[in-house]
Each structure stands twice: as structure tokens, then as C-alpha cells.
Design a protein around this ligand. Structure first.
Ligand code: MRU
Length: 343
């Protein structure tokens, strides 16, 4: 696997991130040396994608510990990292995991706690890769030789510790069949599809075709798409799933054309504290992202713009959710409760 978005350096205890704002024009890195660097890199989209945000946040918790003079300061800094972006629940999940782990080891010496928190972050990065490989292993079971798969946004190695969730399924399908076709939605306005997914596919030598978001119906109508798979940022107890803006539209199109629509996501993307997608906080981003493409305005300065970054696909449009432990299908509430051993 060539693409590594998150690269910890054990000697210098720093975190190198691929700067995803400037891909694919340039491959440059951003060095995180503090908790502020980690939260800034999440907020400004140097690193993005739910699991990658979570892992960066765990390294942020390590830096927060190093910077803090007391436990309260450490907790406050951790809570601050949680505020970097609102929708991907992996961010909150990751900080809670780091704090829980700290509580278990807090009786060690300060130096030992530091080393253990660093090692924990490195382990979580490794674990995420193996979780994605397992998502790929389960997901490949629903793929067939010669099929054509559409994906939206980037749910690949760049968006995770490595391998990817939706792109993990596609990678595994490519390894198995070698003859699948991949359609990549460009994913307006931030262009995660055209800039990031297409680049990842190119780097990994997996053939793909990029289309504009408004072309999906055209290809579905011509029976040229057999399956859709996307990632998720937060999945409610009833299976409603938030993902990149436009996913909901793709799911409606897939339902109309009777094409299976799958979400691929780790357990860390489920928020079992909320019952439906209505409770998922949706990030609204700067109008400038919509106003311009590649730094060039495509409308006038005064144009009124809204820029919701995510939408929620209702569970009834989702054929299945591919997790590291298998594929969940309706009835979602019942089966998600089983996954989390809830009553
Ligand atoms: O705004 P982004 O680029 O962070 O949004 C990313 C997505 O919507 C992904 O599909 C999702 O986080 C899953 S990544 C495995």
C-alpha cells in the first residue's frame, strides 16, 4: 500500500500528515508537533475522512498530555480537539478512547504515561488499517467479476489509517477480480473524488473513471453501474448514515434504478447514543468553497451561497452496512444493537 496519510515518527515523536488540501497538484506534508497542530490540521482539512480525523486526534491527545501541567489542563485540551469538526463521530470517539486509556495508566510515572500514550496512538493507527482490511474482506463477498462500482467522496487510504473503507472494498474487489470498473464522483464542492480518490486509484494502479456528480443518473440509467459503496461519518442507531454531501442523492438514484447501495464503515463511526439521523450535527463550511474552483471564482462575490458538508442517507435506502465484523442489514436498530451487544 503506497498511500500513507498519517506517518508518526517514533524518534522525534512528531506526526507527518499528507497535506490533502493541495493534492493531487503537489504531494507535501504537514508536521504536527502540538495538540493545536493536530486540531488545526483537522479543522483546515489537511487531514480529513472520519477515521483519519480520529487517529490524528489520538496523537493530539498525546501532545496535549506532553504540553499539560495538570490533569485538568490535559482534559481541557482534549475537549478542545473534539471541537475541530462536528460531524464525524470518530473524532469524539477517539478522544474518549484516549482519555479512557489515560485513566487506566495514570498511576505510572509521567515519562511512562507519555510513552504509553504515544504507543497507544501508534497502535490505534495500526488497528485502523487491520479494521479496514476486514471491511474489505467482508465487502468483497458482495462484489462480482466484471461489475462496475460507483463511489462518492474519498473513503480510501487518505481518509483512514490506510487501505480505506469504501475504497478498501474496491481495493479488495480489484485484487480478487482484476476486471471491476470504478466510477469516481468528483464530489463538489471540495472535490474529494476528483482530487483524492482518483489520485489514490492512480497511485494504486486501479483503473477508474471520474464523472461529475450530476452524471451518476445518466450511467445508472444505461445500466453501467452495478453497485454503489461510500463511507460514512456518523451512523445513528436506526442506520441513518451521514456522509459527504451528495451521498443522499446518489442513494435515491440507486434506489430508483434498483442498484444496491452500501455504506462501508468501522464500528467507531456508529453513534449508538442517537436514535436517528436527525440528531446528527451537520457541518456548514465556508461559502468560498462553493464560490470558486481551483482558486477561480465561478460566480460573483455577492452571490448567496450555502455549503452543507454532509447529508444523511435514510436507512431505508441502504442495502447494507459493511463493518469489520460483517455486513449489517435491516432491521438496522435490532442488528446495530446486536453489533454493540446492547439491549
Ligand atoms: O469532509 P471530509 O472530506 O472529511 O468528508 C469525508 C467523508 O465524507 C468520507 O466519506 C467519510 O469520512 C468516510 S472516510 C473513510
Amino acid at each position: 500500500m503506497k498511500v500513507k496519510a498519517i506517518q508518526p515518527d517514533n524518534n522525534s515523536k512528531t506526526l507527518k500528515l499528507i497535506d490533502q488540501r493541495i493534492l493531487p497538484v503537489k504531494l507535501e506534508f504537514f508536521l504536527c508537533k502540538s495538540s493545536q497542530d493536530c486540531s488545526d490540521s483537522i479543522r483546515t482539512m489537511i487531514v480529513r475522512g472520519a477515521p483519519a480525523i480520529g487517529i490524528t486526534a489520538i496523537f493530539g491527545a498525546y501532545f496535549a498530555w506532553i504540553e499539560s501541567n495538570c490533569e485538568k489542563e490535559f482534559f481541557d485540551k482534549c475537549q478542545n480537539i473534539k471541537k475541530a469538526r462536528p460531524t464525524a463521530v470518530n473524532l469524539m470517539w477517539a478522544i474518549d478512547k484516549a482519555i479512557d486509556y489515560y485513566k487506566k495508566i495514570k498511576n505510572n510515572s509521567i515519562n511512562d504515561i507519555s510513552q504509553k500514550l504515544w504507543d497507544y496512538a501508534v497502535d490505534m493507527l495500526k488497528e485502523d488499517i487491520s479494521i479496514n482490511e476486514n471491511i474489505g474482506k467482508h465487502g468483497v463477498e458482495i462484489t462480482k467479476s466484471g461489475m462496475s462500482i460507483l463511489t462518492h467522496c474519498n473513503a480510501g487510504a487518505l481518509a483512514t489509517g490506510g487501505y480505506g473503507t469504501a475504497l478498501g472494498v474496491i481495493r479488495s474487489a480489484w485484487k480478487k477480480h482484476k476486471n471491476i470498473k470504478v466510477f469516481v464522483d468528483e464530489t463538489r464542492p471540495y472535490l474529494q473524488g476528483s482530487r483524492l480518490t482518483a489520485w489514490e486509484m492512480h497511485e494504486e494502479k486501479i483503473p477508474y473513471t471520474m464523472i461529475c456528480d450530476n452524471m451518476a443518473a445518466f450511467f445508472m440509467g444505461r445500466n453501467e453501474i452495478d453497485m454503489v459503496v461510500t463511507g460514512a461519518d456518523r451512523i445513528a442507531l436506526n442506520g441513518d448514515s451521514a456522509n459527504k454531501i451528495g451521498t443522499y442523492g446518489v442513494a435515491i438514484l440507486a434506489a430508483f434504478h434498483k442498484i444496491p447501495f452500501y455504506i462501508a464503515a468501522p464500528k467507531s463511526t456508529f453513534d449508538t447514543s442517537i436514535h436517528t439521523g436527525k440528531e446528527i450535527p451537520i457541518e456548514f463550511r465556508e461559502p468560498e468553497e462553493v464560490r470558486s474552483i481551483g482558486g477561480k471564482n465561478i460566480t460573483f462575490e455577492e452571490c448567496n451561497i450555502l455549503n452543507p458538508s454532509f447529508d444523511v442517507t435514510p436507512a431505508e435506502l441502504i442495502t447494507g452496512i459493511i463493518t469489520e465484523e460483517g455486513i449489517i442489514k435491516a432491521p438496522y436498530t435490532e442488528n446495530i444493537k446486536k453489533l454493540f451487544k446492547m439491549r
